[in-house]
Design a protein around this ligand. Sequence first.
Ligand SMILES: Cc1cc2nc3c(=O)[nH]c(=O)nc-3n(C[C@H](O)[C@H](O)[C@H](O)COP(=O)(O)OP(=O)(O)OC[C@H]3O[C@@H](n4cnc5c(N)ncnc54)[C@H](O)[C@@H]3O)c2cc1C
Length: 410
Amino acid sequence: MDKTTTTQLQAGTASQRVRTALVIGGGIAGPVVATALQRVGIRATVCEAYAGTADGIGGGMGFAPNGLEALDAVGIGDAVRAVSTPMEGMVIESWNGKHLGEFGNLPGVPAQRFVQRSDLYRVLNDAAEAAGVTTLTGRRLVDAVDDGTQVTARFEDGSTATADLLIGADGIHSTVRRLIDPSAPDAEYAGTHSFGGWVEDSGLPDTGGKMYMSFGKRAFLGWQVFEDGRCLWFVNLPSTTPVTVAEQRAKGAEFWLRTMVELFREDANPAVRLLERTDPGELMFAGSMEFMPSVPTWSRGRMVLVGDAVHAPSSSSGQGASLAIESAVQLARCLRDLPVDQALATYEQLRRPRVERIMKATARTNARKAAGPVGRVVRDALLPLMFKLMKPEKSAWQYVHPIDFAAPVA
Ligand SMILES: Cc1cc2nc3c(=O)[nH]c(=O)nc-3n(C[C@H](O)[C@H](O)[C@H](O)COP(=O)(O)OP(=O)(O)OC[C@H]3O[C@@H](n4cnc5c(N)ncnc54)[C@H](O)[C@@H]3O)c2cc1C
C-alpha cells in the first residue's frame, strides 16, 4: 500500500456500534485484540511503528496460564502451546548458594510456560493474519483526531487512517495514553536495568524445566539450562537512575559483560561462567525495568487503551503479557455486545480491579532486586524466613481466570 495515501476503512455509520478499528501497536496486545475483533465482525487494522517483524528479537519469557486460557477463548492457545514448553517451577538462592525457596506448579493450576518472545510475536501475528487482520508496518502514530463518530490517526510518515475506534496497544510508553489524557502518568522506573543472553554450550546440568534465580551480592541472576545444554540467562542490575537501551548499547556489549563479571565475582552462582561464555554480538539489551502506576483514564470518546499502555505490572511479575491478552479479549467482547460508550466503560469495569490487584501483589518483586547496600543486608537476613512463610497457593487466583468469550456481556 502506498504509504503517502490516506487509509479510509469502511467506517460504520453514525451508529454507536463499532464496525472498524485501528489498533496501534503490533506487539502482544495488538494482534490479539485485532484477531478477537475480527472474530466478532469488527474489521481491524494493526499499525506498527517498526518496519520489520520481530523475528529473532528478544529473549525467553515466562508465560502465565491465565494468558494461555485467554488465548484459548479466541482459538489461539494451541498455537502458543506448540511453540512453548511447560516450566516445572522456580528455585531461589542467595548469593552464597544457600537455598532460599522453591516453588513448583500449584495444584489445580496449569503450568507456566517458557516461550521465546520472537516465537510468541510470530504466532500471534500469524493468527491475526489468518483471521483477516491487515497489518501495516512502518506506521508510527504521532497524533489522532476524534470527531465524535470516527477517529483519524496520523503517522510519522505523513499517512493517515480513519476508523470507528482507535485502540492504543502501543506499550508502556504509549502515545495513545497521552492523546487520551495529556496528564496521564508515565511509566515509573523500577530500580534495575537488564540484560539477557543465551549460552550454547553452558556445561551446566539441565535444570529440569526449572528457572533458577540468585539474589547476588550486587546484582540479580536468573538462569535455566535446557536438555541440550543451552542456557538462557538474565541479569537485573540495580541503578539509581534509569538506563535506556540506547545508552546500554552505546557502551557496548564487551563493557557490560566485563562489568557484570566483576559484579558477580564473589557470588556462588554460575553468572561469571555464563557471562564469559556469552557471545558479545548476542547480548540482549533490555533497558530499564519499569511499571505503570494506576492510569486514571482508560478511554476517551473513541480511543481506548489495552495492554502495557494501561496496565504494565513489574516485569518480574511474569504477568505482563497475560494481562495484556486478557484485556484484549475482554475489550473485543464488550465491543461486540454494547454500543461504544458503554462498551468502553464496561471493559474498564471488568478489567481494572483485577489488573490493579495483580500489579499491587507483584510490585515488591523488583524492590528486592534493587536493594542498596543497607537494604541488601536486611533483605539477605529476612529472605530465608520470608520464603519459609510464603504461601504460593495464595496467589493461585492470579493464574486461574477463565473468560467465556461466547457469553454476552451484561
Ligand atoms: C525485560 C522484560 C522481561 C519481561 N518478561 C516477561 C515475562 O517473563 N512474562 C510476561 O508475561 N511479561 C514479561 N514482560 C512484560 C511483557 O513484555 C509486556 O507486558 C508485554 O509485551 C505487553 O504487550 P503489549 O502489546 O501491551 O506491549 P508491547 O509488547 O510493548 O508492544 C507494543 C507495540 O507497540 C509498538 N508501538 C509503540 N509506539 C507506537 C506508535 N506510536 N505507533 C505504532 N506502534 C507503536 C511497539 O513497537 C510494539 O511493537 C517483560 C518485560 C520486560 C521489559
